[in-house]
Design a protein around this ligand. Sequence first.
Ligand code: SF4
Length: 468
Amino acid sequence: MRFETPRFKQAAVVALHDERLRTALARSRVGFIGHREAAVEALPEFEQLRDTAAQIKDHVLDHLDYYLQRYEQAVVAAGGKVHWAHSDEEAQRIIVDICRAADAKVITKGKSMVSEEIGLNDALIAAGYEVVETDLGEYIIQLAKEPPSHIVGPALHKTREQVTALFAEHHGRARKETVAELVTEAREMLRDKFFRADVGITGGNFLIAETGTSVIVTNEGNGDLTQTLPRVHIVTSGIERVLPSLDDLPVFLRLLARSATGQDTETYTTLSTGPRRAGDPDGPEEYHVVLVDNGRSQMLGSRFRKMLRCIRCGACMNHCPVYGSVGGHAYGWVYPGPMGAVLTPIYQGLKDSYDLPNACTLNGRCQSVCPVKIPLPEMLRELRHLQHVERMGPRLQRHALAVWRFVASQPWLYRIAEKLATTTLARLGGPKRRVHKLPFAEGWTQSRDLPAPAGSTFLSQVPRSKRA
Ligand code: SF4
């Protein structure tokens, strides 16, 4: 996937003027937010589960080397093989080699954000394979030649009308107007691919160290067909997705579905341990797990370590006003929304991702819905701080902050400046008390007025006797 985050501002402006995108975003957000709220309300222990999940994740991160080794031993004992990929290129090479050794022609894929992160499809297609996405959303964007715009609903930016046109163009069949007809048509197109596939690639929502099991949750059952029908099954996963034992799994399953889609549970939860055993009715002959680091070890030793708790549920973006206004593509890389605004600068560099942490309104909604309690606003502030220390911001902004810092550290000067600002703004606001154009910050008043202050400062309204 191309990295286009440096164009975030331009892409955001385009997105804001895209009426179809706004319709699609508004529709999906109502569902995501409303369903999650209802599901959480119906589960009194939800908050307790969030605490437990965060504790389990922190425990795993504290002992990641131990649990990864244990996981590898269990996979090998079950007849599978674990491959360690330090970088995206290494992961691509390993997977292409496995496909080559299997003499593969057709590869089916379940939804996997790690495979997007490592640019797997492009590598496989360049190596000559036919690659077919089998998750409906991923299938749609594969036809449209677009990247995903949401980590749970990759084609969330598309309206039904757009999908109708896309299917008619690519399938050469009569136009289907209803969602049910579109889903049936996609199923019919995919069925043959499932049967012809030599290799099936899935992600791994969770990896169980105790048993060497990979766990996927889906709503369409495509993951099951992807991993059981072909001769070879490859799991791609980040190293942070490991859990100690099967006993820990229900905590995360209960949180994931409710946070992601507002369901009590996903339709399919599938656990795979090694290749087909003697007597098994189906399953792959080979079972490979590609564990991708790609910067995660570095994150583990950094102040952004808690980001590795992420279970990729998408709740933070569903509740983010910035994501809700511009959609996922504007973010310019695999991970959009608040989690992307943290991950992209870490993976791709602070400078090229400068706008992402700064686009945040710091309203804190993302943290309040995150099932593993990642302090996203704190991290975004930290990224801003690092950018400031590295002198990456616009010069005018840096100077303005330096002046602000000086004024704010001198109470007498601060009071004078505050008085001056409130009086000036009150005058600018006129009798209607609305400022139409803010000097030096026109961006703020470009599309709405600023309510003018009363003309007196907050401090001056508090009686002297009541001040601390
Ligand atoms: S940061 Fe939290 S809310 Fe966002 S995708 Fe990750 S787990 Fe879900």
